[in-house]
Write a protein that binds this ligand. Structure first.
Ligand code: SME
Length: 155
């Protein structure tokens, strides 16, 4: 559970990744790997970005975990699309209770989506699926918001 995770250490490693030699895609992929490999209840970690032409659509970016059919998601659709409309963190502790949900795998039991904002506008999201029910705490939310603030500087 998140109480055993050293989120401060992970944040410093996110900053190291941001400042290293990799290109943008590699940095984002490395952040996904860092998060998935160090937090037990993060089973799928990925970025979605607002489309270049379709501004009301999210397009899948770097991710780690099982491939998903949801490579494009309209604003308002699913947990990701709702978070994009709200421009706010959306935590669903039990996806079986969420009617507006796009399933990627029956293994997924919960999800947290954190917007990436630039000048108050949504440019993307960090999406995390978990195979556990009710795994996310306030610590996850605060940590992931900080990750997204850091990522906002390079996208
Ligand atoms: N479950 C998401 C779709 C994206 S996958 O989790 C990767 C949703 O309901 O928006």
């Amino acid at each position: 559970m998140s109480k055993n995770v050293d989120f401060d250490l992970l944040l410093s490693r996110v900053n190291e990744i941001i400042n290293d030699f990799q290109n943008e895609y590699e940095k984002l992929k490395s952040i996904c790997e860092l998060l998935k490999n160090n937090v037990d209840h993060y089973d799928w970690v990925g970025f979605y970005f607002v489309g270049n032409t379709e501004k009301n659509e999210l397009v899948l970016g770097p991710f780690v975990g099982e491939p998903t059919e949801h490579v494009k998601i309209k604003f308002g659709d699913g947990i990701c699309g709702q978070a994009a409309e709200m421009k706010d963190v959306f935590v669903v502790q039990d996806v079986s209770k969420e009617t507006n949900y796009l399933s990627c795998s029956p293994k997924v039991k919960s999800e947290i989506v954190v917007p990436i904002l630039k000048n108050g506008e949504i440019v993307g999201e960090l999406d995390i699926d978990s195979h556990k029910i009710e795994p996310f705490t306030e610590k996850d939310k605060l940590f992931l918001e900080k990750v997204c603030e850091i990522v906002a500087k390079i996208v």
